[in-house]
Design a binder for this molecule. Structure first.
Ligand code: MLT
Length: 253
């Protein structure tokens, strides 16, 4: 049977869709929420809890405190900056093993956590978190999926080049078995772009969000998020939390 791949350009677009997602959702927010989630879990975080608003995050922090044996951290951003009173911002470089190992992280970001929650509300059966950082693991897992929908988080309700490009480069790598997939126009366009870019993820240095982060002295974040395959992990969001599909062994285990 022919497999089908579709692509949604922004998390906001999901709110207005008449029919939901009937298959697996693959959520991209390369700069930076999905890259941060991948890094945190690869560095041994126990769980990520995505929520929409900072207030909701603070409330959940209070609710969970004392009810779990895991330490809890608040992480995320608004306008790209750390949220007052939160332990961590949204730079993947902050989510080191020392900071996050064995911890639960409650996270709220402008677009990324919204894309995850909207995908859940739209009925996605399985929700995978994707970026350049875990492209290889994702491609291997998607070979087993009959159909999937790529959800690009976008930025402030608008199209974001880095999500679209990262999705296209992933498709380029996956579609080595030509002819077995039916691509909608969005997926076809992402694949076409990726072929033109010739596997160069550093193209995200020139896009709006890349330039914005570089102007905020966050070039190291953009470079890190554009790295292909350092983490062979697959984060899966199954409400209420995000975990790895198979945990990475911790040192000494
Ligand atoms: C978001 O979710 O909007 C982002 O990840 C923004 C950022 O931290 O750069």
């Amino acid at each position: 049977m022919e497999k089908s791949i579709s692509l949604i350009l922004t998390a906001h677009q999901l709110e207005n869709m008449r029919s939901g997602i009937s298959s697996t959702a693959v959520v991209y927010d390369v700069l930076r929420a999905s890259s941060t989630i991948i890094t945190a879990l690869a560095n041994g975080a126990h769980e990520i809890r995505p929520v929409l608003e900072p207030e909701e995050a603070r409330q959940l922090y209070k609710d969970l405190s004392g009810k779990t044996d895991k330490s809890i951290l608040l992480g995320g951003e608004r306008k790209g900056e750390a949220i007052p009173g939160f332990h961590l911002g949204n730079s993947p470089l902050e989510y080191t093993r020392e900071q996050v190992c064995n911890k639960t992280i409650i996270m709220t970001t402008t677009n990324g956590t919204r894309a995850l929650i909207n995908s859940h509300k739209a009925g996605a059966k399985k929700i995978l978190i994707a970026g350049f950082l875990n492209q290889g693991a994702l491609v291997e897992s998607l070979r087993q999926e009959p159909s999937f929908t790529i959800v690009c988080a976008g930025i402030q309700g608008q199209f974001a080049y880095e999500d679209f490009l990262s999705a296209g480069l992933m498709l380029h790598r996956l579609l080595d078995e030509e002819g077995k997939y039916h691509l909608d126009d969005g997926a076809l366009a992402a694949l076409g772009l990726a072929k033109g870019i010739k596997n160069d993820p550093t193209a995200i240095f020139q896009c709006f969000h890349g330039r914005r982060l570089i102007a905020k002295n966050r070039k190291a974040d953009v470079e890190f998020c554009a790295t292909v395959d350092p983490f062979p992990v697959l984060p899966v969001f199954q409400k209420p939390g995000i975990h790895l599909s198979s945990p990475v062994p911790l040192p000494g285990n």
